[in-house]
Design a protein around this ligand. Structure first.
Ligand code: SF4
Length: 359
């Protein structure tokens, strides 16, 4: 039996039951694909339902304020996905009457839809015969056919797409693409797969040549950037100060406390002696407590986070950057997940958010 028939037969017996499969609703398919781009299915499913509850149609998503969309996305990370989702929904309403276009080439013009997501929506929702290759698909094809190209390069991506298209059952593009994804997720897993129970083992290049760990080829990893964030929670009576992150960096469009970033961890004393601190905080501020460091890992960054709770106000020169807000309103702002977690911690409860002020 050839590759395609074997794969589809396997899929018939092992397909994952996912809530957005078989709905035929292009919006649902699109939403699930955006959420799952860098998120595990188990975590993504809860967000999928939460989004549908808040924004049941493309039009409601397009008409919602960005703040609301970001709030709904909070905790999922990679916030550019949420901004693009919102922008794309507005474009769909403005240019396509609120209906997603049904062709791959048109879908690719929407913000945030690359080849994979556009292919997934085109094939899953509209049955167009186009590849939808994610990491799972690349892994399966590279191993079975011995493809020694890096899938993330332009040349590699083109080659894998050509290969995928040639193999595709053009009558069943949705099943074929989903089968490839599920096969990679369940059978031909990263690391060492169990080739003894695989229906493709007799024809698989990697299995024959023991190349499972080598394929697919990977791009040279980007060096990890280690950063030290010192957040200053300025208590000014019942008020505090926050700012919107605007720089082209992580957490764009989310709120944060005044921040001092450095190349090494700082104690309260070291922090208070720094010029950055003096530019941010008015003289006479008193550090009430230093919260022990926590570490957050992102794909290419490692963040060492320290929160300092102070009595004080921003220095005059930095005042315009900050919004003075009631402490009790803090939980209603869209903040990075590390700050959201901190706001529900014992430290916050003890120093400035009483149980009655928390959401
Ligand atoms: S034989 Fe092994 S490496 Fe080849 S497709 Fe099956 S699980 Fe993957």
């Amino acid at each position: 039996m050839d590759f395609t028939s074997t794969l589809l037969l396997w899929y018939g017996a092992h397909a994952r039951q996912l809530p957005w499969r078989g709905t035929g609703n292009p919006y649902h398919v699109w939403l699930s694909e955006v959420i799952l781009q860098q998120t595990r299915v188990a975590q993504g499913t809860a967000y999928y339902f939460r989004f549908l509850e808040h924004f049941p149609s493309i039009r409601t998503l397009a008409e919602a304020p960005l703040d609301e969309v970001m709030k709904c996305w909070q905790g999922l990370g990679y916030y550019t996905r949420a901004r693009n989702l919102h922008k794309a929904a507005q474009k769909v309403v403005a240019e396509y009457g609120g209906e997603l276009p049904n062709r791959f080439e048109e879908l690719k013009k929407l913000p945030g839809l690359g080849s994979y997501a556009a292919g997934a929506v085109a094939s899953f929702a509209f049955n167009e015969a186009v590849p939808a290759l994610d990491g799972n698909g690349y892994r399966v094809l590279a191993r079975v056919f011995g493809i020694f190209e890096i899938p993330t390069t332009t040349k590699g991506a083109h080659l894998f797409r050509q290969h995928c298209f040639a193999l595709m059952d053009k009558e069943r593009p949705a099943d074929f693409n989903q089968a490839l994804i599920d096969f990679g997720a369940l059978q031909c897993v990263p690391g060492t797969p169990d080739c003894t129970v695989c229906p493709l083992t007799s024809s698989c290049y990697a299995s024959k040549h023991h190349k499972q760990l080598e394929l697919p080829l990977k791009a040279t990893p980007i060096a990890l950037r280690v950063r030290y964030f010192h957040y200053l929670i300025l208590l000014d009576g019942d008020y505090t100060y926050i700012e919107l992150r605007r720089a082209k960096d992580i957490w764009h469009s989310l709120y944060q406390f005044p921040l001092v970033e450095s190349t090494k961890p700082l104690t309260g004393q070291e922090l208070a002696a720094k010029s950055d601190f003096k530019e941010l905080v008015a003289e006479g501020a008193k550090i009430l407590t230093e919260v022990p460091e926590t570490v957050q890992k992102l794909t290419h960054q490692e963040l060492h986070l320290r929160f300092f709770i102070l009595e004080g106000r921003p220095a005059d020169m930095s005042l315009s950057r900050f919004e003075r807000i009631p402490l009790a309103s803090l939980p209603s702002y869209q903040v990075p997940i590390c700050i959201a977690k901190f706001l529900t911690s014992e430290w916050a409860a003890r120093f400035f958010l009483t149980t009655t002020t928390q959401q």
